[in-house]
Every structure is written in C-alpha cells, then in structure tokens.
Design a protein around this ligand. Structure first.
Ligand code: SF4
Length: 368
C-alpha cells in the first residue's frame, strides 16, 4: 500500500480498501470504520474531533495519523449560453475543471448536468482534444472527484436554485484510466446516505478501455456507459485517437455486447463529426454495420475548434445527412450541441494551466 507509513497522510487520498486496512490495523472495528468513511466522504466533517460517534482516544489516533482536507472552489465562470465552468484548486496547486450545463425549455429548467474531470491532463492525446495536448499529469483522487460534485452541487443550488439531474464523467481525462478512484467514488455515491443522484443518472465516458469496461460492468452495473467511437473504421479511428492502435474496435464491440447483456442498458455511442475525416456517407454505413447487434443510442457531437488542432467542423447539411442515414437504419440518434465554447468548457476544450498560475476568472462562490 502506498504511503501507508506516512504520518498525516490525507485520509481521502488513499483507496477505500487501503483505508479499511489501515483502520483495522489500529483496532477500529467494522462499525468504527464505517463511521469514519461516512464522516469524511458523506458528512464531510471539518475535523476528526467532530466525529461524535468515536471515542476521544479514537479521534486523537486519527488526528495523529491522518490529515483531512477538502478542495475549495478557485473560480467560477459563466458562459453566455448559461453553462458554468468551475475550477477547484487542489492541494498540489493543480486545478480540476468541472462544467455545469443547465438546459431550459419554455423558460423551465428541464435538465441540469454536471460534468467532472477524472485526471489532470490526459494520456491519450486524441487529435481533437485540448486536454490531450497537455499530456498526463496525475489521476484525481476519490476525494477530488467527490469534491467536484459537491462544490458543483452548491453552485447549482446557489445559482439556479435547483439540484443536478445528471452526472457525467466527461471532463478532463479518461475516467476508466483512473479506475480505482472512480470505482471508490461510485461506491460512495451509491451509499443510501449520500445525498446525490441515483446511479442510473451517472454516466461514465470512455475511449473504449475494454478491460475496464468489463470491470465497470462487474462492479457498477447500475451506472450508464458512453463510448467515444468517432469512427468505426480502425485506420481512421487511429488517426483521430492514437490510442486506438491498442484498442481494437473488435474488442470494444465484445465489451459493449457484454455490457448490454449484463446490465440491460443501451450504451451511448459518441461520434464527434470532423470535416472530411469521419463525416462521409461511407463512414455512416461503416458505423451502422459496427453497431449491428449492439443495443445503442448514438450521440453525434459537433466539433469545437481549438487552436492546437487542424480539425474543423462539418456544416449542418453534412450533419443532417449523416444523422438521416443512421436514423433510416433504425438507430436512435441525438445531436449534442456543445455548451460553454466562449469559456473553453465545450467538448474537448478543457485545458487549464496545470499548476499554480492562478486567477483567471472571478470567484463567486467560495466553498466552505
Ligand atoms: S478526448 Fe478524452 S481520452 Fe481523448 S485526449 Fe481528450 S480527455 Fe483524453
């Protein structure tokens, strides 16, 4: 176990399994361990000595061994389209980006989604994605994942006077590449005492890490899965997403079929349209063949142009033609119009300075 002997290690930086083991070593019984876990992840006590159910001696031992801190909001920026970009400052001065997307219909809020980041930077370097240009810096911890949700929840309450309806792991990074922290965060979110969303309102987005899709299917079958395919032609997909060279479409397909069988849920197929690369009639036909036998729903995404990429966005006529071909084949298709382009929080645009180069936006809601 990493850093097991460190004094004052951040209690929310270690995995739930490691925390359980460490607490067992210092003679906390199962009830005590559950109390600690609930206190730091669900009740968010400010200090160990405020955990009422523990004895003074236990509180003192916890304070001797661990530290406890929550990550505050650093800034909040509002887009002209009503979405928000929230930045959390982390203990090493890295920053985690969270996006809040309210959707209105006839003046009424019909949906309010939070999209959280899972890593600082990303390992996979997709050609259309600003985050990918950063390279990989580190995984976010379970505490940092949950803090994004918690602080975004406060923003939704303060700014919109409502609660989130959906949570997407679609911000910076590849969530399944940070499986341990993701899985622990989902376990906490599924706890009946966690005042959050039902697991069916949580979606994990991935480039198609098929082994981790299998793990997610086994460990958290309640949550929804979205896979970025972007082309069902292996060669073109490799051009768009270099990681595809190691993630054969065939293996992804098998994992998706297994997910369908085990969960009964459709999988969302994300398809980012790039002009002249994957937006042709042939590419639509290839996608149709690939999805035969998979229970899926397709989300077509219009590309957000970024400086560091030569890709460009197809026109509306091409989008509609591509969509119509899929619909005529009996597929269910949605189009996702990106939010927050003016604050660089649209799909694939998240690219904050990684380390301490602060103050980009005005902070409106400091976290407690
Ligand atoms: S699209 Fe996702 S997986 Fe690809 S580089 Fe961006 S963050 Fe990473």
């Amino acid at each position: 176990m990493k850093n097991m002997n460190d004094r004052h290690m951040d209690i929310r930086k270690i995995s739930l399994a490691d925390l359980d083991e460490r607490l067992t070593e210092i003679d906390f019984n199962e009830d005590d361990r559950n109390i600690v876990r609930k206190a730091v992840y669900i009740d968010r006590v400010p200090a160990f000595n405020e955990i009422q159910e523990l004895t003074p001696a236990q509180k003192s031992i916890l304070s001797d061994i661990f530290s406890l801190q929550y990550n505050p909001a650093d800034s909040l920026l509002k887009s002209g389209d009503g979405s928000y970009r929230l930045t959390l400052e982390l203990s090493d001065s890295a920053r985690a980006e969270t996006v809040i997307i309210p959707e209105w219909e006839n003046g009424l809020l019909k949906k309010c989604a939070i999209s959280i980041s899972s890593q600082i930077g990303c390992f996979f370097g997709c050609s259309f994605c600003a985050t990918g240009q950063l390279g990989f810096h580190r995984n976010l911890t379970t505490g940092e994942l949950l803090d994004q949700f918690h602080v975004a929840n406060e923003v939704v309450s303060n700014e919109l006077n409502t609660v989130p309806t959906h949570l997407y792991f679609m911000g910076m990074g590849e969530p399944l590449h940070n499986y341990r922290a993701l899985s622990d965060a989902l376990s906490i979110m599924k706890d009946p005492d966690f005042e959050g969303l039902p697991p069916s309102a949580i979606t994990i987005s991935t480039v198609g890490l098929y082994r981790q899709i299998q793990m997610l299917t086994r460990d958290h079958p309640e949550v929804r899965l979205a896979v970025s395919i972007h082309s069902a032609d292996q060669k073109i997909r490799e051009r768009i997403m270099p990681v595809s060279a190691r993630l054969g479409l065939k293996h992804i397909r098998e994992a998706l079929r297994a997910y369908n069988r085990a969960t009964g849920h459709p999988v969302t197929i994300q398809y980012l349209l790039l002009r002249g690369i994957n937006d042709s009639t042939e590419q639509a036909e290839t996608l149709i063949s690939y999805l035969r036998g998979i229970h899926s729903e397709i989300t077509l995404i219009m590309y957000n142009e970024i400086e560091s990429s030569n890709n460009s966005r197809p026109n509306l006529e091409v989008l509609n033609q591509f969509k119509d071909i899929l619909i005529q084949a009996g597929l269910k298709v949605d189009v996702r119009w990106c939010y927050g382009e003016d604050i660089q929080s649209g799909c694939g645009q998240l690219q904050p300075p990684v380390f301490n180069d602060r103050v980009h936006f005005s902070m409106r809601h400091p976290s407690p």
